[in-house]
Design a protein around this ligand. Structure first.
Ligand SMILES: Cc1ncc(C[n+]2csc(CCOP(=O)(O)OP(=O)(O)O)c2C)c(N)n1
Ligand SMILES: [Mg+2]
Length: 371
């Protein structure tokens, strides 16, 4: 087993600056010369509520999959601060391009978590209308959404829109050519886009040191855009850094790469067993940096919240979980033929052929009495 803090190993060529931090793992508020932020007690409580709700929805996703109600679920456990902090820097008029585990971002943008669960149940073809919340569709083709976001941002700039785009991707995605192309396009065209990389240390079973010889935020140097590493388990730092980057983008000062240094506490997806490739000591090391626990400690230490508030948040999250569970379990199965609808706006002979073929296949069960 390698050291839990792998990037600090002696002789490594991957030395990195200390990540931007505003809240220490033991819940102490610290200042940063470049990223000061004024957050009211009410906003702090809101961030806490968002993170607890995100964790609860996520836990429902895992459990429902285990009970056979969902086909798959990619857990965000451990990444609540990176997602909520960055998402709360998004304003109306901005556009978010997510990956596939960004449920916390979806919640903050106002997407009903039921839509996320429906997609992973396989009863919807994609989810939601991106126009409703400026929240585009989940992307499973690793890294491709960085190009979508960059192109969209270039379009926004051409239209004279005042918003910016933010795109979420992982450490593994940085090895995709698409991501390098997006960095380059964004840099040379000064596109109003923020690249928000959640470095959760793993790309399925592949550790980050197999993705890059340099810390990921330093990739930005070669493309001529600023890169910054932020403590991804510190919701305040993620908010401050993303807010600054989005503001830069909105003001026509171009793109930024933000690397949120965090950890995937759970399995890659419910199809994965991480005990096959990583040590429990590493997971324990990161559990001590839990993003929700540190904000809870801070809230209690500063008397910005009391136990009654924490209990109410837990109760609300439980109720949300129960609502989701009941609604997911009662979702009707879609008509299997619906999969052929909407492939093209107009009809297409190939789709018609496939539809007919599927109808024959289905009819064959009736003839043989099989199932
Ligand atoms: C283009 C492409 N190649 C491979 C895959 C298979 N795949 C799915 S998730 C994943 C790992 C991605 O890791 P990372 O970018 O770190 O994101 P994380 O899952 O950790 O959030 C891979 C290789 C894919 N979906 N798309
Ligand atoms: Mg990863």
């Amino acid at each position: 087993m390698e050291s839990a803090d792998r990037e600090k190993s002696p002789g490594s060529t991957r030395e990195a600056a200390a990540p931007v931090q505003l809240l220490t793992p033991d819940g102490r508020r610290v200042e940063h010369p470049e990223y000061s932020i004024d957050v009211s007690p009410e906003e702090l409580r809101g961030l806490y509520r968002d993170m607890v709700l995100a964790r609860r929805v996520d836990a429902e996703g895992v459990t429902l999959q285990r009970q056979g109600e969902l086909a798959l679920w990619p857990s965000l456990l451990g990444q609540e601060a990176a997602q909520v902090g960055s998402a709360r820097a998004v304003l109306d008029g901005d556009h978010v391009f997510p990956s596939y585990r960004d449920h916390g971002v979806a919640l903050c943008r106002g997407v009903d978590p039921l839509a996320l669960l429906a997609m992973f149940r396989g009863v919807s073809n994609g989810g939601w209308d991106p126009e409703d919340h400026g929240f585009h569709l989940y992307t499973l083709v690793i890294g491709s959404q960085t190009l979508h976001a960059t192109g969209y941002a270039m379009g926004m700039a051409k239209d004279g829109a005042h918003g910016a785009a933010v795109v979420y991707f992982g450490d593994g995605a940085t090895s995709q050519g698409d991501v390098s192309e997006a960095f380059n396009f964004a840099a040379v065209y000064d596109a109003p886009v923020v690249f928000f990389c959640q470095n959760n240390q793993w790309a399925i079973s592949e550790p980050t040191e197999k993705q890059s010889r340099v810390p990921l935020y330093r990739r930005a140097d070669g493309f001529g855009l600023p890169g910054v590493r932020v403590d991804g388990n510190d919701v305040l730092a993620c908010l401050a850094v993303t807010r600054a980057a989005m503001q830069r983008a909105r003001c026509g000062q171009g793109p930024t790469l933000v690397e949120a240094f965090t950890y995937r506490m759970g399995a890659h997806t419910t199809s994965d067993d991480p005990t096959r490739y990583r040590d429990s000591a590493e997971v324990a090391h990161w559990a001590a940096k839990d993003p929700i626990a540190r904000l809870r400690t801070h809230l209690l230490d500063t008397a910005h919240a009391d136990q009654a508030f924490l209990d109410e948040v837990d109760h609300t999250a439980d109720q949300a979980g129960q609502r989701l569970r009941a609604l997911v379990r009662s979702m009707p199965a879609p008509d299997p033929h619906a999969i052929f609808d909407h492939v093209y706006a107009d009809g297409h002979s190939l789709v018609d052929e496939e539809r007919a073929q599927f109808a024959r296949y289905e009819a064959s069960f009736a003839e043989t009495g099989g199932n």
